[in-house]
Design a protein around this ligand. Sequence first.
Ligand code: FMN
Length: 198
Amino acid sequence: MNPTDNRVLVFAGSARAHSYNKHLARLAATRVEDAGGQATFVDLRDYPIPLYDGDLEQEQGIPEHARRLKELLATHAGLIVVSPEYNGFITPLLKNTLDWLSRPDGEENGLALFRNRVACVLSASPGGFGGMRSLGLARQLLTNLGVTALPDQLAIPRAGEAFSDDGNLKDPATLQRLDQICRRLVDTLVRLNPHAGR
Ligand SMILES: Cc1cc2nc3c(=O)[nH]c(=O)nc-3n(C[C@H](O)[C@H](O)[C@H](O)COP(=O)(O)O)c2cc1C
């Protein structure tokens, strides 16, 4: 881990312009900053990557945008993955993105990129359960890649009414819980790497 690294990469598994999960991801990034970390929000809309195809990989290598995301991940010790729920599962966009990131690129072992990374998972849904069924699956996928996923998580139900116009969560207790999760993530990064700035 980079000795000055308290950086957290934040992205959501939705490309939709008005995505609730992107909304939550943007908010989480600001709360990471408030907790003393450095956050980078990434909109996967800006990183269009084809569906994984072994032939395409063999012929053309890692797609340009996947390589750019790999470079970003390499400079961040923390990750916040905000996962919409599709049919009780994570989205194809999230799975495809992480699959491409896990692929080796030249001499670089794909999974090395995930080692020593610490993550937490969040979700939002217009439904009453907030997409919580995706959370365990997102955590499992991250763990399979070698990431240490913190047990803290948050699912925002009825997401259409959950956010105020300024982008905050309307419910103070839910916002407090988000802050707690972001603080724990930053604290963990600092503990794992005592030289990290705050
Ligand atoms: C194919 C599909 C399946 C869905 N399945 C679920 C589901 O299992 N649980 C749920 O809470 N919402 C489900 N939804 C609704 C999504 O939560 C909703 O579209 C949400 O806005 C997607 O996240 P986003 O706003 O970040 O794009 C589903 C939506 C789609 C398109």
